[in-house]
Design a protein. Structure first.
Length: 370
């Protein structure tokens, strides 16, 4: 039996706690049935942390996040927190985790499940067989650039955000994209706005130079403007394999890619840091969907993105490819049986609650492992 791994669960707000409860069932299943077992700790983040402590994340939880093997993050935010101060708003907790853990590479796969082709607003022939990976830079760009904020300018108020990238920040995320492409379709599309932004020109030059000098001759590299990429994603998404882009464009394009698959409720993500001296990399896994306050507490939330995020943790933090495959296959089994949460009903099927969906995945795991 392998030594226990540690997981820090930060369920957060809205539907975060509901979907997190379902992932706990799958973690328990792994504990009982597979070679790995986990010590799980729980913590508060977002509005939940604000309600208890007046901050979006405490130093104590931050410290635990820095020292755990993987963070499983639910979602943050809700209308009751909309008017909080900038530094304590729920999103600040997530942004602090990303920045202080230095989680610069955000992996957002968009994969269609055959059983869900009808749930997408796009035509089945456009999205069939889709398997793309967006690698979003997550710790720099306009999300963190300085200066930012209000100023007095020519006798009036103005507000500034700054887009900024160092060469090293571009290179390290592009390296992740090239390395991942090597294990997939061997094609990287680098996305920016080099036609209007200086950082875009620099991004393109830096990625091109790395491709030439970094031993990536086996990977096909293409470049695309971000606006065109948004259009191409809905026109012909299958042309892409790996997309690498900055923080803001990655935020927009990953929501767009998510909808190709039928529901935001299906999309997992991994946010990874650099590998440290002990061979471990800091990592946070979270569903791409937000806190969905409109359905929170109603048992309607789709827990599959959260379960698939845990599968990504098995893959990227614990190198347990078989176990990750097992979770992903169990999700496919459940969908093939016609089981659906409300968000992926499409043309029909059996509506399950959040809990029933978690149980159905565990039952599918039992069958797969029998
Ligand atoms: C995301 C979200 C976040 C972002 C918000 C909640 C700060 O939209 O993870 O895509 O903008 O990065
Ligand atoms: Mg987003």
């Amino acid at each position: 039996m392998a030594a226990n791994k540690t997981l820090l669960m930060l369920p957060g707000d809205g539907i975060g706690p509901e979907v997190s409860a379902e992932v706990t069932k799958v973690i328990d299943w792994m504990d009982k049935r597979r070679a790995i077992s986990f010590d799980i700790e729980q913590g508060l983040v977002g509005g939940a942390a604000y309600d208890a402590h007046g901050v979006a994340i405490t130093d104590e939880v931050m410290d635990r996040a820095m020292n755990t093997d993987a963070v499983l993050f639910g979602a943050v935010g809700g209308p009751q927190y909309d008017n909080l101060g900038w530094d304590v708003r729920p999103e600040a907790g997530l942004l602090r985790l990303r920045k202080e853990m230095d989680l610069f590479a955000n992996l957002r796969p968009a994969v269609t499940f055959d059983a869900l082709l009808e749930a997408s607003t796009l035509k089945p022939e456009v999205i069939r067989g889709l398997d793309i990976l967006i690698v979003r830079e997550l710790t720099a760009g306009v999300y963190f650039g300085e200066p930012r904020g209000m100023q007095e300018w020519q006798g009036q108020e103005r507000c500034i955000d700054t887009q900024s990238y160092t060469k090293a920040e571009i290179e390290r995320v592009a390296e992740v994209a090239f390395d991942l492409a090597r294990k997939r379709g061997k094609k990287v599309t680098s996305v920016e706005k080099a036609n209007v932004m200086k950082t875009g020109v620099f991004w393109r030059q830096t990625v091109t130079a790395l491709h030439g000098a970094g031993g990536y001759a086996d990977i096909e590299l293409g470049h695309m403007y971000a606006d065109n990429c948004a259009m191409q994603l809905v026109r012909n998404p299958n042309q892409f394999d790996v997309i690498v882009t900055d923080n803001l464009f990655g935020d927009l394009l990953s929501d767009c890619a998510a909808m190709l698959t039928g529901s935001l409720g299906m999309l997992p993500s991994a946010s990874l840091g650099a590998v440290d001296g002990t061979g471990r990399r800091k990592a946070l896994y979270e569903p791409v969907h937000g806190s969905a306050p409109d359905i929170a507490g109603e048992g309607k939330a789709n827990p599959l993105a959260m379960l698939l995020s845990f599968a990504m943790a098995l893959r990227y933090s614990f190198d347990l490819q078989e176990d990750a495959d097992l979770v992903e296959q169990a999700v496919q089994d459940v969908l093939s049986e016609g089981k659906r949460t409300a968000d992926i009903m499409g043309t029909g099927g059996e509506v399950l609650s959040t809990r029933q969906m978690g149980d159905a995945v565990c039952a599918a795991l039992d069958r797969r492992a029998a």
